[in-house]
Design a protein around this ligand. Structure first.
Ligand code: PLP
Length: 234
């Protein structure tokens, strides 16, 4: 547990070094602590030590943990596969960003749920850049078309793109995929309203590569909290 503070400090320092190398500013980067499977105590500790964004990938788990948080001053991100029957529960948690919108079907259901309560929601489009079958996300080739369709929903504000690199021990493998998403991000950005700002890519093993390729939102779990145990209490 006491490692959490050190891990965050270490990552923030390394982020600074990569940015310096790339000539970018530190305040452009959002570090998200991915807290899935970890305790409320661990989450509180992260918040106490310089993180203000946390992410979960299961609605049930978020519903259980978020109400127990003492520190209410944080941004909650949803980064997992969203089942349509969990949309209302997720919205009740007031997510800052839902990062995993990957189909018109899902966008439509979300739009309807939001319309009933007169709310809007910031989202990212999840792109399956590596086209691995076990992953969620729209295929790269269909991403732009999906983006324009979703951008037309009045309740949904598309704030950027999200991807997961290859789950491969050598993070260099993911560089071309990160670069490809960055290029799409820059291309569509010029034609979208202001607010299309986030390029969410990079996890514990590959965030430095993602950052070099232009990511401005990093989702880091195990490098902050240690290994995850998918135990009985899920
Ligand atoms: C779990 C998860 C992460 C964090 O993974 P680590 O390898 O532990 O950093 C990031 N993004 C998504 C979508 C995840 O599900």
């Amino acid at each position: 547990m006491q490692d959490i503070a050190n891990n965050i400090k270490d990552i923030q320092e390394r982020i600074g070094q990569v940015l310096l190398r790339c000539g970018r500013e530190a305040d452009q980067i959002t570090l998200i602590a991915v807290t899935k499977t970890h305790s409320v105590e661990a989450m509180e500790l992260a918040l106490k030590n310089g993180v203000s964004h946390i992410a979960e990938n299961k609605v049930q788990e978020a519903m259980r943990k978020l109400p127990m948080m003492q520190n209410k001053d944080f941004y909650f991100h949803f980064i997992g596969h969203l089942q349509t029957n969990k949309i209302n529960q997720l919205l009740s948690l007031k997510p800052y960003l839902i990062q995993s919108i990957d189909s018109v079907y899902l966008a439509e259901k979300l739009h309807k749920a939001l319309g009933r309560t007169n709310r809007s929601q910031d989202i990212l489009i999840q792109v399956n850049t590596t086209e691995e079958e076990q992953k969620s996300g729209v295929n790269f080739g269909n991403a732009e078309e999906l983006l324009w369709k979703i951008a037309s929903y009045s309740t949904l504000r598309v704030r950027g793109l999200m991807t997961i690199g290859k789950l491969h021990p050598d993070p260099e493998i993911s560089r071309p995929y990160f670069r490809q998403l960055r290029e799409l991000f820059e291309k569509v950005r010029t034609d979208l309203p202001a607010g299309f700002d986030y390029l969410s890519m990079g996890m514990s093993h590959d965030w430095e590569i993602a950052l070099e390729e232009g990511a401005n939102m990093l989702r880091i779990g195990s490098a902050i909290f240690g290994e995850r145990y998918y135990g009985e209490d899920r």
